[in-house]
Design a protein around this ligand. Structure first.
Ligand code: LLP
Length: 424
């Protein structure tokens, strides 16, 4: 359920017509709904009621400060993968004691930043990383709270680029390797073993792979317990899918029930790292039609948003619904078209072979389900200033990130890089 609905034919974000937002803030424009973000977070949180748990929102999905601050106020924890994400969480008022730091390649300065900030746990993904974290912690005179990210070798049946829990993927350590590393970590005075983590992939649309992964992780927890290594938490990662077109992922209630059941005998805290399911359908990308170009039998609808604004269609061949923001024009013929941006790449498209009412120049189109991995993956390619982001709340909206200017594009650059030249 999301709060982007048509009223008298006109698409609204909560109580605000999307066309008015485009008039006020320009296009391309990301629009997020406070009510939807709040609802999604609460539904997931409540689905685990009765279980000692912490929802750690995966910041990478949408790292706008306004979004982070909203989740922080709801009591959310955060899953981060870089020093930059930690900086954002702290800026947004997130609690460092509710932060888990994931990722295969943390630099020393990032580990140090996390330790001095007092994060809850670092998810460790390899033997050399464990050794390195120990060195950094010892230097700082601290004990680093760690969990091992186990790769349970289950197939999440999702796009290969976003599947992470197979032994062929770069993420985590095998269950056998984890046994060996826990024994090492338990002996190391600079490390404090806290728990275990896994994450098997993204946009997963059945509960089964999650349950398979949990079963494998729990058997490891049990074995370690016998060796006297007690794990205080199990982090089941993120990955729950959403509906982009006709997918039917489990409702968060069903997912929560299944997780509760699978972990009912675990005596400790359960953590989740959801990204997409919280923010995906809470955001849209609004774009204006520049031209309708006919080329042979093909029709290209050229819009002012491009792959630098939303890369998912080009990168993963992902489907995003596209619809007019205004009331459908009665006399418009149905066409089949490619919706493309102005970037000089053939892969710059938002949709291909899409059926829609023929738009005209100046019309506004809305790209749905763009709240996750939308702005967060955007770039300045072709020297395009990045889009503005607004957060709607009821009948009002706030600018959450102003549109970039040409001056922003060259910030930090200099035409004559000569002062303080580096010499060997
Ligand atoms: N935890 C870890 C360790 C992760 O690597 C990820 C996502 C998540 C949590 C959150 O997963 P989610 O609940 O959002 O599925 N750019 C791709 C998705 C990449 C996901 C990477 N890791 C896309 O646009 O589909």
């Amino acid at each position: 359920m999301n709060h982007f609905q048509r009223k008298r034919g006109v698409l609204h974000a909560e109580a605000v017509p999307v066309e008015e937002l485009a008039r006020a803030y320009g296009t391309p424009l990301y629009v997020y709904s406070t009510a939807t973000l709040t609802r999604h977070w609460k539904v997931l949180h409540r689905s685990l009621a009765g279980l000692d748990h912490l929802v750690c929102y995966a910041v990478k999905a949408n790292s706008n400060l306004a979004v982070l601050s909203l989740f922080a106020r709801l009591g959310s924890g955060f899953d981060i993968v870089s020093g930059g994400e930690l900086y954002r969480v702290l800026k947004a008022g997130g609690h460092p004691g509710k932060v888990v730091f994931s990722g295969v390649g943390k630099r020393d300065d990032e580990v140090a930043f996390a330790l001095e900030s007092g994060v809850k746990v670092l998810n460790v993904e390899s033997a050399p990383e464990l050794a390195r974290i120990s060195i950094v912690a010892r230097r700082m005179g601290l004990r680093a709270p760690v969990a091992l990210r186990v790769n349970p070798d289950v197939d999440p049946k999702t796009h290969p680029y976003i599947s992470t829990g197979l032994s062929e993927n770069k993420f985590g350590v095998s269950v056998d390797e984890a046994r060996r590393l826990y024994a090492l970590a338990a002996q190391d005075p600079a490390l404090e073993v806290r728990g275990v983590a896994c994450h098997i992939g993204s946009q997963i649309t059945t509960v089964r792979p999650f349950l398979d992964a949990i079963a494998r992780v729990l058997s490891l927890v049990k074995d370690l317990g016998k060796q006297g290594i007690r794990l205080g938490h199990v982090d089941v990662g993120g990955g729950l899918g959403i509906t982009y077109a006709d997918e039917e992922p489990p409702h968060p209630d069903e997912y929560g029930r299944a997780i509760k059941k699978a972990l009912s005998r675990f005596d400790g805290e359960v953590m989740l790292e959801p990204g997409r399911v919280l923010v995906g359908n809470a955001g849209v990308l609004v774009t204006r039609v520049l031209h309708v170009k006919e080329s042979g039998r093909k029709v290209f609808v050229v819009v002012d948003a491009a792959m630098n604004d939303l890369v998912r269609p080009s990168y993963y061949d992902a489907h995003h619904e596209i619809e007019p923001a205004g009331a459908p024009r009665k006399d418009a013929e149905e066409i089949v078209c490619d919706v493309v941006g102005p970037i000089c790449e053939s892969s710059d498209f938002l949709a291909r072979k899409r059926r829609m009412p023929r738009p005209v120049r100046g019309d506004l189109l809305v790209v749905r389900s763009a709240g996750a991995y939308g702005f967060a993956m955007s770039s300045n390619y072709n020297s395009r200033p990045r889009a503005a982001e607004v957060l709607v709340d009821g009948d009002g909206a706030r600018l959450a990130r102003r549109r970039e200017t040409y001056a922003d594009l060259v910030r930090g650059e200099t035409p004559e890089p000569e002062a303080e030249r580096f010499r060997t």
